[in-house]
Structure formats: structure tokens, C-alpha cells
Design a protein. Structure first.
Length: 697
């Protein structure tokens, strides 16, 4: 190390300088390093960790290292291609780390675009000054103003919502409850223009990648009216690393004024953030299901509160958590009770399938409605939340069912390109050809059982040979850009009948759609999960809401064997409030969320017995040492149970649920208990995950 005399006299202290660095490793805490020059909190550094080189973030500058100075390694390189991460970003990462019980580095680093956290992007001959510099040399994308129409005149409720948001108390959360087609988007746009004009940035979150093109178009048209140049950035996991980095840098530098993105965008530093919008806030896609299991919606509420900027949660079917907050006055409620265009909500009909003879899963009522819709030259949608050809292959003579050899689930029959079929496991990705004969009895008559989107599409093709059909599901949209292409065909009126999964159910503003048919809704009705009715209600309300958005007289037909169920009865009345009220009463009476808080400990091992043993010991810890566990008297630990899908990819899984009426007690308990369980798990070679506020239990 050679320090120039100038540098020494210029700085008050002369080093070494001690750093705490957060690294993406599954170990609690932060790591000590030193450097010969002053470093700022929020800067990135390349360090050696064991034999590996990694990029980490400097999160503190302690006076003294945590252990003898001679053992503290020097960093390899200080990265100064970005300004240090802002304070508020570090605060949010710290909050998420504490709240979700996850090491700080495992929160921070995965949230960054790949090139910013890979040492290889900076080291070696080809790094050419690092990814940020290389990106800066790229040309700006030119945007043409997209030709916007005259803006609609807001109705009284929309105006009241806009006024309410603009005048909101700093840091407050507002729940915009608007029926489908009530013009929530227009409300967002007006508020957003206001915030942009005040020189602040906006974070606009949507639940699905598929919804980004639609909103991108709407936003670009609007932005062209308020701000010159390209001020919109889009962020989601479908982008290439380069595209993601570019968006991130433009937002981080303040050059982009709006960030439109899916859940991961909540972690983007935004120096002038002035508003957060979470559209379709009830959507479970806001919950990350692996790694850091965060809720982007909940983090948005926290971030708004922390930054003293308003957060708008919008939905036609708010989550019961948010609805309860609004009911209790913690969120302000803004309501749009009617559709924005002069059209009524679609008529929702239940077709009782118990006494009907179905034709390939279709009731005569639904087939008639589809036919009439075709004759009128309008579009229809057949919704079935099951992709593939059939959920299982079946031998009629011995009862054999196609099963995944690695998981405790059936393999799904899929039609491949052309007419070849194969079997696929939706849990582990296993694929196999269709056996020529039953593996158990040798019978050659194997039959598909049940129906998925492909089989429905096939049937409709035969039934309505002149109809232009399109299937929209995870299989038909695997290629980048293909979903957008299919939706464009629909919007352009080149499609008569859509067959689709939940991908088509949300958010889209279809103009020509006037019939929606729902098949197989009952499948989720009796799921074990206490949130199943809530999810089903939201999903059906959303899919019904795609119909008749621009024209009168739309029809929604739901086929069910249980028409008397509360979910369906509320649905035909479009009665979210009634549904929410009774569901909340029920939850309150049995002490379920949102009237209790939960943490889920899952364990995975090759043998179920090992997973259960670990969980049993974990459960016993506070019983064995009752005085050591803070909050223990207020936390209830259930019995360990195997997961419903017990085995996935040859790993067996079990879980232990923790519950408390007091969030702080539960948090304090897990803070102490979690690391001890982790220790046990290590000894037993069992993999565990701790999930706070689980959505599926
Ligand atoms: P939501 O998001 O609430 O489901 P949208 O924002 O997509 O509904 O609005 C539904 C339709 O109503 C859109 O086509 C939109 O252009 C139109 N719209 C919104 N506000 C108005 C208004 N004040 N007057 C007329 N049409 C409107
Ligand atoms: Zn058989
Ligand atoms: Zn499998």
C-alpha cells in the first residue's frame, strides 16, 4: 500500500479503514474487511470469501473490527462505477432482512441486476471498465410520442379518488377498491401525472409480466403529454440481463421517472420516489415463493411509510388483509362502485352441472352462449386453470394412473408439436413418452382423464370449425414475446375464442369480449388452504370482469356442482363487500389471519421421517427451555405435518406452522428460535426454510 502524503494530510484518520460487508452467503450477519482508503456506506466492493471472489455492499464502518485486526482481510477492489446506494434503500433491505429472518446480503445482492453483483463483470481483460460504463456508451432509445386521444372526463368517484390520493397524508396507504372496468387505470394516470409534474418518480407495480406491455403502452401515451424523452423503465424477470441492468441504471440515476415492473422492482433504488402504485394488490404473484420469500405489496407499504410517500393499492377484490386495514381505518378507502364506461357489469350465471349431461366438459348453456357469441361476431373466453391435454393418463382395465417417479403427483398428458403426446410433471419437470401399453397390466387402451387447455382447444376446434381459436397458457407463450403477440391478435379482433388459464384472467382491457365460460372452478373450492375461497372468489371475479368492458349485455357462465356455496352466491351478485365481510367474520371467529400472524417452517429431506423428526425437535425447543424463548407464551406451535404434495424431485417435505395474535411476540420468538433450528437442521442434514406471512399453508 502506498499512500501519498497528500492523501494522508487530507483525511482526518489514516486507516486502515474497517468495513462491514453484506455478502450473498447463507450465513447470518455481515463480514469484516479492511481497506487502506476511506470507503462510504452503500459502496460495492469485490472481496475474497473463502476461495471465492464476490461482490458485496458496505453496510457499516465500525471503529474497530469484530476480531483481531491482523486477521481481517483487505478488500480486493472498491467499485466506484455507481454512487453509493442511498440510505433508504439500505433501510429497506435491513427491514426485509429482519422481518423475513434472512441474512442482509441474501436480501441485497439478489435484488441487483446480475452484472452488478458478478465479480467476473469487473475482473479480467474483457471487463472493459465494468458493465455500467459499457451500458453508458449505448445509445438512448428513441421514443415516438405514441398519439394520445382526448382524455376521458373523470366521473365523480374517480375524481374523488384522485383528490384523495393527491391530498393523502405523507406515508399513508390508500386502498382503491374499484369494480372491474371502473377506470382504476385512469385514476393512476392522473395521480401519476401530478407526481411527475412535481419532479418525483413513480413506482408502478403489476402482478404479471404479461400485463406490462398493456400498461407500457398506456403509460407511454400519457407520459408523452407530460415529459419529453424516454422516461419510462420496465423491469421484470423476462428481460435479458442487459435490459434489466439498463432499466435499473436509468431509474437509479433518476433519468427514468417511472418504473413499471413486477414484484422484483420493489428493490430498485429510486432517488426521488414520490408515489407507489400496486395494481391488483390481492394477487399472489406479489409474493416471492423461493429465496427471500417477501411480499412486494407489503414491502411497498413499508417503503411508502418510511419515505413518507403515498402508496395506492388497487383491486376489484382486495386481499382480506388490506380490506381489514381499510375497515379499521389504517388505510383510507377509495371506492369506484360502477364501471367507467356506460356499461353494466356482466350477468353472472351458475350452471348446475349435477343433473346435466356434459359434452366434453361443456354444458348446453355454455355451448349455446359460445355459438350465439360467434354469430354476433364477438369474442369469448373459456377459462380453465389447468394447462396440458389432460391431468392424468388412465388404464381403464386395471386403474393404473400415470405418476411421476420423482414426485407424489400425477404426470400431465401434453400434446407436443403435431399430434405426438408426452407425459410431463408440473412439479419437477420430468418428461416421458406415453407408454404404448399399461405398465401394470399390459392393456393397450390408455385414456386421458379430465381436461386441460389443449383438450378444450381441440374440442372447440371440432365443434366450431370456423371459429378462430387461440390458446393462451404457460405452454403456448413460452417464447419471449409470444404472449404479447397473442394478446395483440385478441385486441386486433383476429380471434373469436380464447382458451386460457389465469394468464388471461387478470387486468386485460379486452374490448370485444362478451362471453366468459368457466370450467372446473370447483377444483379449488375444497382445497385445504383456508385462503382457497378468497383466491377462488378473486379469480372468478377477475375473469368475469374481462367480459363486457366496452359493450352491454355480456354473459359469464360458471359451471359448478356446488352452486349454493357462498363464493358463487356472492359472485352472481358481484358482492365483494358481502363476501369479504362474512369471510373476515369467519376468520376472526377462529383466529386466522388477518387476526393472527403466521410463520411457516418447512423441512426437506430424502426421507419424510427425518424432516418430521427435525420439526418435532424444533417444536420442542421452547418446551424444553421455557424461560429462554422470548414471546413463547404468546406463540402457538402446531404439530408438524407432511406437505400435501409430499415428494418433489425425490425430496420429501413437511412443515410446522407457528401462530400468534401478536406480531412482535412472534417476530421476537422466531429471531431467537430460528437460528437454533438452523443449527439443528445442519446437524440433521435437513434443509429448512422460514417463511413469514405464508400465503399457502
Ligand atoms: P379497471 O382497471 O378498473 O378494471 P380500466 O382502467 O381498464 O378499468 O377502465 C376500463 C375502461 O373504461 C377503459 O377502456 C378506460 O379507457 C375506460 N374509462 C376509464 N375512465 C373513464 C371515464 N371517466 N370515462 C369513460 N371511459 C373511461
Ligand atoms: Zn392397466
Ligand atoms: Zn415430478
Amino acid at each position: 500500500m502506498t499512500a501519498t502524503p497528500d492523501a494522508i494530510s487530507a483525511s482526518a484518520s489514516t486507516g486502515p479503514f474497517w468495513l462491514h460487508v453484506a455478502l450473498d452467503v447463507p450465513l447470518d450477519g455481515v463480514f469484516d474487511y479492511q481497506h487502506h482508503e476511506p470507503v462510504l456506506v452503500g459502496q460495492r466492493v469485490i472481496v475474497h470469501f473463502g476461495r471465492r471472489q464476490m461482490i458485496g455492499v458496505v453496510v457499516a464502518l465500525p471503529e474497530q473490527p469484530s476480531y483481531p485486526p491482523e486477521q481481517v482481510k483487505s478488500i480486493d477492489q472498491l467499485l466506484d462505477d455507481l454512487p453509493p446506494f442511498p440510505e433508504d434503500w439500505l433501510r429497506m433491505a435491513r427491514f426485509a432482512s429482519t422481518y423475513y429472518h434472512r441474512p442482509l446480503g441474501e436480501v441485497m445482492m439478489p435484488s441487483l441486476p446480475g452484472p452488478l453483483r458478478k465479480p467476473s463483470a469487473y475482473l479480467g481483460k474483457r471487463s472493459a471498465g465494468g458493465p455500467v460504463l459499457r451500458m453508458a456508451k449505448r445509445k438512448e432509445k428513441k421514443v415516438e410520442p405514441v398519439d394520445s386521444d382526448v382524455l376521458p372526463v373523470l366521473n365523480a368517484e374517480q375524481q374523488a379518488a384522485v383528490d384523495g390520493i393527491v391530498a393523502a397524508k405523507p406515508g399513508s396507504c390508500l386502498l382503491l377498491h374499484g369494480v372491474t372496468g371502473s377506470g382504476k387505470t385512469e385514476v393512476y394516470m392522473r395521480v401519476l401525472e401530478h407526481v411527475l409534474a412535481a419532479g418525483r418518480q413513480v413506482l408502478f407495480m403489476v402482478p404479471e409480466i404479461n400485463l406490462t406491455p398493456q400498461f407500457e403502452q398506456v403509460l407511454r401515451a400519457r407520459l408523452a403529454r407530460v415529459l419529453p424523452g424516454d422516461v419510462l423503465a420496465v423491469l421484470h424477470s423476462g428481460l435479458s440481463e442487459g435490459e434489466r441492468l439498463r432499466s435499473w441504471l436509468r431509474v437509479n440515476s433518476g433519468q427514468a421517472r417511472i418504473l413499471l415492473g413486477t414484484r422484483l422492482s420493489i428493490f430498485t433504488p429510486m432517488p426521488e420516489l414520490g408515489l407507489i402504485i400496486v395494481d391488483e394488490e390481492h394477487d399472489t404473484s406479489y409474493k416471492q415463493q423461493d429465496g427471500l420469500r417477501y411480499s412486494a405489496r407489503d414491502l411497498a407499504v413499508w417503503r411508502g411509510y418510511d419515505l413518507k410517500v403515498p402508496v395506492v393499492l388497487g383491486s376489484a377484490t382486495p386481499s382480506l388483509e388490506s380490506w381489514n386495514h381499510a375497515r379499521q381505518g389504517r388505510y383510507s378507502l377509495l371506492s369506484l362502485p360502477k364501471r367507467a364506461r356506460e356499461v353494466s357489469l356482466p350477468r353472472v350465471r351458475l350452471v348446475d352441472t349435477r343433473h346435466l349431461r356434459l359434452d366434453s366438459g361443456f354444458s348446453p348453456q355454455l355451448l349455446d352462449a359460445l355459438e350465439a357469441c360467434l354469430d354476433r361476431g364477438e369474442q369469448s373466453l373459456v377459462f380453465i386453470n389447468r394447462r396440458g391435454y389432460a391431468p392424468v393418463l388412465h388404464c381403464a382395465s386395471c386403474g393404473w394412473l400415470s405418476q411421476c417417479p420423482r414426485c407424489t403427483v400425477y404426470t400431465v398428458l401434453h400434446r407436443q408439436n403435431g399430434f405426438k403426446h408426452n407425459l410431463q410433471c408440473h412439479h419437477c419437470g420430468y418428461q416421458a413418452p406415453v407408454p404404448r401399453a399399461c405398465p401394470d397390466c399390459g392393456d393397450q387402451d390408455l385414456q386421458p382423464m379430465g381436461r386441460g387447455t389443449q383438450r378444450i382447444e381441440e374440442f372447440l376446434g371440432e365443434r366450431f370449425p370456423n371459429a378462430r381459436l387461440v390458446r393462451i397458457d404457460a405452454d403456448s407463450t413460452r417464447l419471449k414475446g409470444s404472449a404479447q403477440q397473442l394478446f395483440e391478435q385478441v385486441h386486433a379482433g383476429e380471434v373469436d375464442i380464447m382458451v386460457g388459464t389465469q394468464m388471461v384472467a387478470k387486468g386485460h382491457d379486452f374490448t370485444r369480449l362478451s362471453v366468459v365460460g368457466v370450467l372446473n372452478a370447483d377444483a379449488t373450492l375444497f382445497a385445504h388452504d383456508f385462503r382457497a375461497p378468497e383466491r377462488l372468489f378473486a379469480q372468478l371475479m377477475q375473469v368475469a370482469g374481462r367480459a363486457g368492458r366496452h359493450t352491454e349485455g355480456a354473459d359469464v357462465i360458471i359451471q359448478t356442482g356446488y352452486p349454493e356455496q357462498a363464493v358463487y352466491q356472492s359472485l352472481i351478485k358481484h358482492d365483494y363487500i358481502g363476501f369479504a365481510q362474512s369471510a373476515l367474520n369467519e376468520r376472526e371467529s377462529v383466529g386466522l389471519p388477518p387476526f393472527a400472524y403466521q410463520v411457516l417452517l418447512s423441512a426437506e429431506a430424502p426421507q419424510l421421517a427425518d424432516a418430521i423428526r427435525l420439526l418435532t425437535q424444533a417444536r420442542r425447543l421452547p418446551e424444553d427451555y421455557p424461560n429462554e424463548f422470548p414471546g413463547a407464551d404468546q406463540v402457538f406451535l402446531y404439530d408438524p405435518v407432511p406437505l400435501r404434495v409430499l415428494r418433489v424431485a425425490k425430496v420429501e417435505r413437511a412443515q410446522l406452522l407457528l401462530e400468534s395474535a401478536h406480531r412482535p411476540a412472534l417476530q421476537a420468538f422466531v429471531r431467537y428460535w430460528g437460528p437454533q433450528v438452523a443449527q439443528l437442521a445442519k446437524q440433521h442434514k435437513v434443509r429448512i426454510t422460514i417463511e413469514v406471512d405464508p400465503l399457502e399453508i
